[in-house]
Write a protein that binds this ligand. Structure first.
Ligand SMILES: [Zn+2]
Length: 453
């Protein structure tokens, strides 16, 4: 890949979410090499200057939970206005028909949407491997490298089908052996362990109600041996808690502990329905929690206890969740949702815009086990998002950093990943948006036809 050896000074932003960097930041190769204090000049040699005086500068946003394939079933008629379990049941039978080319375009579109909203690292939770889609993760690796985004792709799994008392139909479940073999293959083939990794693999059984106890245990073992992260959905709804009690005779966190998952290697999507002892247990184990506010409102699942979990020792990150329960992949808009939903629980003075930005950057990075991203600081990867306040929605605003969230920013003007501009003037480099939408819509239509046949 072409590498920019030149140093670039992103000069005097309107506002910046970092300390002592009102004068901007200097980037060289893939990293941030200097923060420039107010009124100062860089000490490094500067080859290029980018005048950021009309932009708010944020660390690249990090999305820690998604299901890219779901962009094909947004606002799907059979799934409208339902709670989680019936919603899932109506959609599983549609998703069972996804073909490789549909998955490729769904991934491409989800990544493009995220990138345009200031996201530089995206995690996807893919757990659907019907016989025609066994290479789902390989397809995603290819799409991510094409668009130049950093990804943490989680090899999901479902092994408990309807006939064994699980929720998904048999056609989308695999055997424990198939799942473990493919998980090993993917880690060996794609996982990068080094600083600045562009592709990482994590292991992610869909949820306690869709895999066997043996698979949960074997997955935790393999993750430990291979030093990769663990991810799953947990405590999203009360239905799930009841399922755990009925099937395993335990509440969700006790079950997690019993299968060897209560560790700092684990991050959970949602994490809503925990009692006080469970919050304490999760905190002591330093488990990460991905807050997905829009999805939780859409499916009426509840509100995550972000502040108690944080106080107990959990890291908190943000996720847009899959596009059948959001149904958009707009990361900056999700940061706003997180701030507002959490205010409903804790009050306005307890949840500031700085809080929300921290969850979506440094907090999300911790969930992915990364210390090289999520912050504007010397030595970190040069993953940056710049937003202009030139739309009507911002006119009359006085605090630029707060305005991004309060006025409802939707789109980044520029995005840099590993020192390379990937978005310029609100457009993704080398990508024809209209052509992508055309291909994606066609795939979504074909999927619906297949599901109805
Ligand atoms: Zn999800």
């Amino acid at each position: 890949m072409f590498m920019n050896q030149k140093s670039i000074w992103i000069k005097t932003p309107l506002a910046v979410f970092a300390d002592n960097s009102e004068g901007g930041v200097v980037v060289k190769d893939k990293k941030i090499i200097e923060l420039v204090a107010k009124g100062q000049m860089p000490t490094a040699n500067i080859d290029q200057i980018y005048d950021a005086s009309d932009s708010v500068l944020l660390p690249g946003l990090i999305n820690t939970h998604h299901h890219f394939y779901q962009t094909l079933t947004r606002a799907y008629p059979d799934a409208l206005n339902q709670d989680l379990f019936p919603w899932l049941k109506s959609l599983y039978k549609v998703w069972a028909h996804i073909r490789p080319e549909m998955h490729a375009v769904a991934t491409e579109l989800a990544l493009a949407e995220l990138l345009l909203s200031g996201c530089t690292t995206a995690s996807d939770h893919h757990y659907l491997f019907p016989s025609q889609l066994e290479n789902a993760i390989d397809i995603q690796v290819e799409q991510a490298s094409k668009i130049g985004m950093r990804v943490v792709l989680t090899r999901g799994s479902m092994s408990l089908g309807e006939k064994d008392g699980g929720l998904p139909p048999q056609s989308v479940v695999q055997t424990d052996d198939q799942i473990m073999q493919d998980s090993e293959r993917l880690i060996k083939t794609y996982h990068q362990y080094d600083d600045g990794a562009m592709v990482q693999i994590a292991l992610a059984p869909c949820s306690p109600f869709s895999v066997t106890t043996e698979l949960m245990k074997a997955t935790a073992e393999l993750a430990k041996q291979s030093n990769v992260r663990l991810h799953t959905h947990l405590a999203e709804t009360i239905d799930e808690e009841n399922f755990c009690l009925q099937k395993f005779g335990m509440r969700t966190v006790d079950y997690l502990e019993s299968v060897g998952w209560l560790s700092s290697r684990t991050w959970l999507a949602h994490g809503i329905h925990f009692n006080k002892e469970e919050v304490k247990k999760l905190g002591q184990a330093n488990v990460g929690i991905c807050h997905c506010p829009t999805s939780n409102m859409m499916l009426s699942s509840g509100i995550c206890h972000n502040l108690e979990l944080e106080k107990a020792g959990c890291d908190i990150g943000i996720g847009v969740d899959g596009s059948a329960s959001n149904d958009g992949s707009n990361m900056i808009a999700e940061v706003r949702q997180a701030m507002y939903l959490q205010r409903l629980r804790y009050g306005a003075s307890k949840v500031t815009h700085q809080h929300a930005y921290t969850w979506a950057t440094k907090g999300s990075a911790k969930l992915l086990g990364r210390s090289d991203i999520g912050e504007i600081a010397v030595g970190k990867q040069a993953d940056l998002a710049l937003f202009k306040l030139d739309e009507m929605r911002f006119s009359g605003s006085h605090d630029a950093l707060a305005a991004l969230l309060l006025c409802g920013a939707q789109k980044a003007d520029r995005v840099m990943i590993a020192g390379q501009w990937r978005v310029v003037d609100g457009k993704i480099m080398d990508l024809d948006e209209a052509e992508l939408i055309h291909r994606h819509k066609k795939s979504a239509y074909e999927l619906r036809q297949l599901a109805r046949a």
